[in-house]
Design a protein around this ligand. Structure first.
Ligand code: C2E
Ligand code: MG
Ligand code: MG
Ligand code: MG
Length: 280
C-alpha cells in the first residue's frame, strides 16, 4: 500500500523500512539527551613500544552507556552524531575529558584522541583543544590527535592550516587507519604526521596473506625514512607481534595487549592487562 507524504507525493509503506527509520529517530532523540545526562564515557586501550614492551600511552575510545540498551558502539552512533550536528559538542567533551584524565597519569604517558572530519569544519576546534590543554594542565606533547585520510579529502587550505595550528600547540598528529583510503601516499606528503597507524585489516591478514606482510613492511619502512613512528592496530596474536617487530613497526595496539578499559581500571602496567586477556 502507498502512503501519502503530502504534496501529491507517495511512497510505498514498507513496515520494515519504517521500523528502521523509527529506530534511527529514537537513536537521534536519545543521542541529543545523552551528553547532558552524562551517558558518555571514555575507555582507554594501551599502545605499546614493541622493543621495550612498555606502554607509551592510550587511545581514548568513546562509549555510550545507553540507559536501556547498554553500551552502544561508536561505529553506530558517531555517524549519527555527525549527521545531526552533535559531533562538535561531543568531540569537545571527548578532548576535555581525555586531557583531564590523562593529566592524572604518570608522565610521559600519552593520550590519543580521535577527531571526526566534521570537527574540522568547526572554527573553534583549535581554541577547544588549547583550552582543554590549559584547563587540564596536560603537557601538550602528551596529547596526540588521530585523524583519518578523509580529513584531508575535504581538503582546502583551511584544513591544512588548522592542522598546522594544532601542531603549533605542541601536540602530535597521527594518521589513523592508514592504507584504507584512496591516495594515502600523497597525504603523507601534504602534512608532516608524527605517527602512522597501520590499519588493522593489514595486521589481521598477516598470517594468511603474503601481500599484507609486504604492505606492512613498506609502511614501516616509509615511516622510518620519513621520521614517523608506525603503530600496528588490531594486534591479537603473538605471531602477528613477531612479524610486526621484524617488519620494523615501532608500536602495537590490540586485544593481544589489552582491550579498551575505563580510566579507573588502568594501572599502567602491561602485566596487569595480561590476566584479563587470558580470562576472555
Ligand atoms: P579507530 O580509531 O580505528 O579505533 C580502533 C578500533 O579498533 C576500536 O574500536 C578498538 O576497540 C578496536 N580494536 C582495538 N584492538 C582491536 C583488536 O585487536 N581487534 C579488533 N577486532 N578490534 C580492535 P571502537 O572502540 O569500536 O571504535 C571504532 C571507531 O570509532 C574508531 O576506530 C574511531 O574511528 C571511532 N571513534 C571511537 N572513539 C571516538 C571519538 O571519541 N571520536 C571520534 N570522532 N571517533 C571515535
Ligand atoms: Mg583511532
Ligand atoms: Mg584505527
Ligand atoms: Mg577505524
Amino acid at each position: 500500500r502507498a502512503k501519502s507524504v503530502g504534496r501529491g507525493t507517495f511512497r510505498f509503506f514498507e513496515p520494515e523500512m519504517d521500523a528502521q527509520l523509527q529506530a534511527r529517530r529514537m537513536l537521534e532523540v536519545d543521542l541529543r539527551k545523552a551528553l547532558a545526562n552524562g551517558e558518555f564515557e571514555l575507555f582507554y586501550q594501551p599502545q605499546v613500544d614493541i622493543r621495550r614492551k612498555a606502554i607509551t600511552g592510550y587511545e581514548a575510545l568513546l562509549r555510550w552507556r545507553h540507559p536501556e540498551r547498554g553500551i552502544v558502539s561508536p561505529a553506530e552512533f558517531i555517524p549519527v552524531a555527525e549527521d545531526i550536528g552533535l559531533i562538535s559538542p561531543l568531540g569537545e567533551w571527548v578532548v576535555h575529558e581525555a586531557c583531564r584524565e590523562a593529566s592524572g597519569w604518570p608522565a610521559p604517558l600519552k593520550v590519543a584522541v580521535n577527531l571526526s572530519p566534521v570537527q574540522f569544519r568547526n572554527r573553534n576546534l583549535v581554541q577547544c583543544v588549547k583550552q582543554a590543554l590549559e584547563e587540564s594542565g596536560l603537557c601538550p606533547s602528551r596529547l596526540e590527535l588521530e585523524i583519518t585520510e578523509s580529513v584531508l579529502l575535504q581538503d582546502n587550505d583551511t584544513t591544512l592550516a588548522t592542522l598546522h595550528q594544532l601542531r603549533k600547540l605542541g601536540l602530535r598528529i597521527a594518521m589513523d587507519d592508514f592504507g584504507t583510503g584512496y591516495s594515502s601516499l600523497s597525504y603523507l606528503r601534504s602534512f608532516p604526521f608524527d605517527k602512522i597507524k597501520i590499519d588493522q585489516s593489514f595486521v589481521q591478514g598477516l598470517s594468511s596473506r603474503a601481500d599484507c606482510l609486504a604492505i606492512v613492511q613498506s609502511i614501516a619502512g616509509l615511516g622510518a625514512s620519513l621520521g614517523m613512528s608506525t603503530v600496528a592496530e588490531g594486534v591479537e596474536t603473538e605471531d602477528q607481534l613477531v612479524q610486526l617487530r621484524a617488519a620494523g613497526c615501532t608500536e602495537a595496539q590490540g586485544y593481544y595487549f589489552g582491550r579498551p578499559r575505563p580510566a579507573r581500571d588502568l594501572t599502567h602496567s602491561l602485566e596487569d592487562f595480561g590476566p584479563v586477556r587470558a580470562a576472555e
